[in-house]
Design a protein around this ligand. Structure first.
Ligand code: P6P
Length: 339
């Protein structure tokens, strides 16, 4: 489909819907509601430094209103808007232990998993942060509220996934299964405009993203893979360069556009987190969906494909190795002891 630059995201969604005659418009409606929430969060994130709400909670602003921390604000913004959008039957958020019901009478056929503001620890130092979302069809009958079983779906069954990155500009990057497309917010107009049609992740890269402070705690294959990337061998484009922001959406976005491999393997630093730090439902799976739609790969550090993992609990953690196909597959060779 011809995707002219500058088309609005709403127009893009309608054009994409036309590719699917069976579409009812409900997914389009869901995405448009999420986009309104994203614009609201973007405005607040961009004002944070001025409105003195950086990392604070329980304070009151000049109007005497209770001021929420940005991640609370982002969570409430998405939760309240989506609870009565009429397109979903249940939600789960990184900020809430239990599944979130929708308003009675507003149940729909989809589910939503989201990380409202990932990387929020970076807010106070003005590093890019992001919202990540994942949409599935419900599993239970098409009426009444959904439950955990509707949310615990393989990543490969996602009908849509994406993120909003609040950085030097605010961008929305998402896929509904027809490739990955990026939209940049014009805050003066309040519209997202198509700026990055049909994003393809470079098949191999020269960047790796990992927190090397955990080196001592990694398994042997991870250490050997990193040593390989840092060895000097001009013929194979090594050494790679290190790029690590410590904000998943920012690290992923850079790798999606410029190529790269991001690794958050399991480590032995924190016995309470034996499966790594990142969450499956609303971090690894949506980003893996985008990575594969853009021609990349996403696996765990024991070689499983992220999108084929059957979730067992809402906030399940998984190790994540994601990015350019050549680099991820090379990691797999180290994992298999072939290197
Ligand atoms: P570390 C941010 O807190 C986050 O959840 C992700 O956005 C980021 O990729 C990761 O943690 C960074 O973790 O242990 O390197 O600080």
């Amino acid at each position: 489909m011809n995707r002219p630059l500058g088309v609005t995201v709403s127009r893009h969604i309608i054009d994409s819907q036309r590719l699917h005659p069976e579409a009812t418009g409900e997914l389009s409606g869901l995405l448009n509601e999420l986009i309104v929430a994203a614009k609201t969060i973007s405005a607040e994130v961009n004002m944070a430094g001025l409105a003195d709400i950086l990392g604070m909670s329980g304070k009151t602003n000049i109007q005497g209103e209770h001021v929420q921390k940005l991640d609370e604000f982002a969570n409430n913004t998405i939760k309240r808007r989506m609870a009565r959008c009429g397109y979903i039957c249940v939600m789960t958020s990184e900020e809430e232990a239990d599944a979130i019901p929708v308003v009675e009478g507003y149940e729909g056929k989809y589910t939503l998993a989201f990380d409202p503001l990932d990387g929020s620890s970076n807010i106070d130092v003005n590093v890019s942060i992001g919202t990540i979302f994942s949409v599935h069809r419900r599993r239970t009958p098409d009426d009444g509220s959904g439950d955990d079983s509707d949310l615990l779906r393989k990543g490969r069954e996602q009908v849509a996934a994406g993120y909003i990155i609040y950085g030097s500009s605010t961008m929305l990057v998402f896929s509904t299964g027809d490739g990955v497309h990026g939209f940049t917010l014009d805050p003066c107009v309040g519209e997202f405009f198509l700026s990055h049609p049909d994003i393809r992740i470079p098949q191999r890269s020269k960047y790796f993203s990992i927190n090397e402070g955990n080196y001592t705690y990694w398994d042997e294959p991870v250490r050997r893979y990193l040593e390989h990337l840092k060895a000097v061998d001009k013929a194979s484009g090594r050494p790679y360069s290190a790029r690590y922001i410590g904000s998943l959406v920012a690290d992923f976005h850079r790798n999606l556009i410029a190529g790269g491999i991001f690794l958050y393997p399991r480590d032995h630093k924190n016995p309470a987190k034996p499966h790594g730090k990142l969450r499956l439902l609303y971090e690894a799976a949506p980003l893996a969906f985008l990575a594969e739609q853009a021609g990349g790969r996403a696996i765990t550090d024991d070689g499983r494909t992220i999108l084929d993992i059957e979730p067992e609990e809402l906030h399940q953690r998984v190790p994540l190795i994601i990015g350019s196909t050549h680099d991820v597959e090379l990691f797999g060779e180290f994992l298999a002891g072939k290197r």
